[in-house]
Design a protein around this ligand. Structure first.
Ligand code: WTA
Length: 625
């Protein structure tokens, strides 16, 4: 703890010296940097005059430094197949695939969409892009064709990397079909490279669609090497779309050196990473947690990374614990939603496995409630393993607030203290710092290396969204309080962003999908508390005039949203109503709706409500249930 305090102080007093020393010592450079930070809010440049390559840092340098035969990826397929890929094998696989992309004419600055199951070819595809300076954008396999199309268009991508399908609960998720549907409206995509995973029948469009393995075979032996491009520190590494407060997802841009340094250092600090650790983060690479803590952070640190393709409950509720036992996992990082779902199934599932290899447990994506924390600590960690509750966001790139295992005294439900170099604050609506134990907005005062650089194609929105509420400081969109020990308690979003199973979703995104349906006149969506998933989507819907069978329509609308966004966005509950509560100026009073789904009694101020009858009828619907 003393060491942490010292390091924190040093980083707070001399942030540039602190980060430049780490960047010099921990990253491998083709050309060293001299400038550490150029900060013209909201534009940050870190280590800008240096040159490096993220893929080289994650792969090649470990082969050169004596880790050639160390497992880099330890993969488990859902059907029970498995693969171990060493760092030297990874270098070869990544180089071969980079050569495939290169031979097709793709080069630095081009954009590739990656839409794949959780197979080794997924990190290989990311790293191959990084090797060439091709900017990748992974779209989570649970997103629909429609969502995929929007992202391809926004990014103006010319390459799509996918697979025939992947396995989820014993069923095939047919990815290539979704790509075909999306590409009907995306003429700029020149090629689709398809990895064969399930072997099922798919369409291949002549000239455009190519099999990964066939392209690789054509390379021959000289395909095994591919020199990594020497890229600027600020070269874009990837864009990852995330939900904001409007219907349009934001393309969060991360660049090379700062992102890599932030994710690598946080992996080492937060998980106390040691040379022989077997490290497993259960997230999907389609979300930021997978980017930062399956691919870039742990691989830059030279770790052995476990990757699992399927669902935690397949074929039975002990799949996670069976994998921990089989692979002797030492560090395990998952989400509160997964923990809550497994708590429900009882202790017999973990109790039937040897979990004694575990050393550190992590949690991410949402606040962890005391009951889930306690179970995780007692039943999984046997009261031996510290739990690191890590707070961060797609935009922060890496973990910002978290305990350091073994050092930071834990308080269940608190992400505890900021990492060195991170300067959070709790402020009121005017940006004034609040006293201890007051609830307010969580902001970050000073720039940090792995911070978001811009929103792809929309620097204005970037500035408005994150930097205008408290000028010069980063606005997280979360509410929090800091207690008398300086510990942070993150309370949840203050904007119209929901958190369903740790997946970010905007209320507006779901609303705009609902109003596209011919039967729907108006829709208002709010998150409602849910025992397992944290929040669930609840939609209030008014219908256009006509005869509608609301029973059938409810099902249809759920499917509709599934098709437009993805299955995880389907409303759990749809309430049909004659009108929505609005202010006299016509704004939907979402706060009221939130209160209706949260509690029975509406207590807030309703003096601006136009029609009190609406409220009465919405509330009775609740009581009747
Ligand atoms: C929430 C996921 C409480 C928070 C890495 C944040 C958390 C949003 C925690 C970002 C935590 C994440 N405790 N809340 N430990 N971690 N959140 O971009 O509301 O998918 O703003 O990044 O998740 O979600 P995102």
């Amino acid at each position: 703890m003393e060491q942490y305090r010292e390091m924190y102080e040093r980083a707070a007093n001399e942030p540039e010296a602190f980060w430049s020393e780490l960047a010099r010592n921990e990253l491998s450079w083709f050309e060293p940097f001299r400038k550490t930070l150029e900060w013209n809010p909201p534009v940050a440049k870190w280590f800008s005059d240096g040159k490096l390559n993220a893929c080289y840092n994650c792969v090649d340098r470990h082969v050169e430094d004596g880790r050639a035969d160390k497992p880099a990826l330890i993969w488990e397929g859902e059907p029970g197949d498995a693969r171990v890929i060493t760092y030297s094998e990874l270098r070869k696989l990544v180089s071969r695939f980079a050569n495939v992309i290169k031979a097709l004419g793709y080069k630095r600055g081009d954009r590739a969409i990656i839409y794949m199951p959780m197979v080794p070819e997924l990190p290989i595809a990311l790293l191959a892009c990084a090797r060439l300076g091709v900017i990748h954008s992974v779209v989570f396999g649970g997103f629909s064709a429609e969502a995929l199309k929007t992202r391809i268009e926004d990014l103006d991508a010319t390459l799509v990397i996918t697979a025939d399908g992947g396995w989820r609960r014993g069923k095939e998720v047919r990815l290539k079909d979704a790509v075909d549907a999306a590409l009907r409206d995306c003429p700029n995509v020149r090629n689709v490279i398809v990895h064969r995973r399930t072997g099922s029948q798919i369409e291949m469009q002549n000239g455009r669609d190519l099999w990964w393995h066939e392209q690789e075979q054509q390379l021959g032996a000289q395909g095994d090497t591919c020199p990594p491009e020497q890229l600027d520190s600020e070269h874009p590494l990837f864009v990852l779309y995330t939900s904001g407060t409007t219907g349009k997802p934001k393309g969060i841009l991360h660049t090379t050196a700062g992102y890599l340094l932030g994710t690598m250092m946080s992996t080492k600090w937060v998980f106390d990473l040691q040379e022989n650790d077997v490290y497993w983060c259960t997230a999907d690479v389609g979300w930021i947690t997978g980017h930062s803590y399956i691919v870039y952070g742990p691989l830059a640190a030279g770790a052995s990374v476990v990757m699992y393709e399927g669902a935690p409950d397949y074929p039975a509720f002990d799949r996670f614990w069976a994998i921990v036992e089989k692979l002797k996992v030492t560090i395990f990082y998952t989400s509160p939603t997964a923990i809550r779902a497994l708590v429900r199934q009882g202790d017999k599932w973990p109790d039937s496995h040897d979990l004694s290899s575990l050393r550190v447990l992590g949690s991410v994506g949402e606040p962890i409630n005391p009951a889930a924390w306690e179970w995780y600590y007692r039943v999984i960690g046997k009261e031996r393993c510290p739990i690191v509750d890590t707070w961060w966001q797609t935009e922060t790139g890496g973990i910002m607030i978290s305990p350091l295992p073994g050092a930071t005294p834990l308080k269940p439900g608190s992400a505890t203290l900021p990492l060195p170099g991170v300067v959070p604050e709790i402020v009121d609506t005017k940006g004034n710092t609040l006293r201890d134990n007051r609830e307010g907005y969580l902001i970050i005062r000073k720039p940090w290396p792995s911070m978001v650089r811009t929103i792809w194609g929309d620097p204005k929105r970037f500035e408005e969204q994150y930097w205008s509420k408290v000028p010069g400081a980063y606005f997280t969109g979360d509410a929090a309080r800091r207690d008398e020990d300086g510990y942070y308690w993150v309370l949840g979003r203050v904007d119209d962003v929901m958190n369903v199973s740790g997946h970010r979703l905007s209320t507006m995104e779901v609303e705009s999908s609902l109003v596209h349906h011919p039967a729907v006149a108006e829709a208002a969506v709010v998150g409602k508390p849910h025992e397992i998933t944290g929040q669930a989507v609840c939609a209030f819907v008014t219908l256009k005039k006509g005869e509608w069978d609301t029973g059938a329509l409810s099902q249809e609308l759920r499917q509709w949203v599934g098709k437009e966004i993805g299955a995880f966005a389907r409303p759990e509950e749809i309430r049909f109503t004659d009108a929505l509560p609005k202010t006299r100026s016509g704004k939907i009073m979402r706060r009221l709706l939130r209160e209706i789904v949260t509690s029975h009694a509406v207590t807030g101020d309703v003096t601006t409500l136009e029609d009190m009858n609406v409220l009465a009828s919405l509330s009775t619907q609740q009581d009747e249930e």
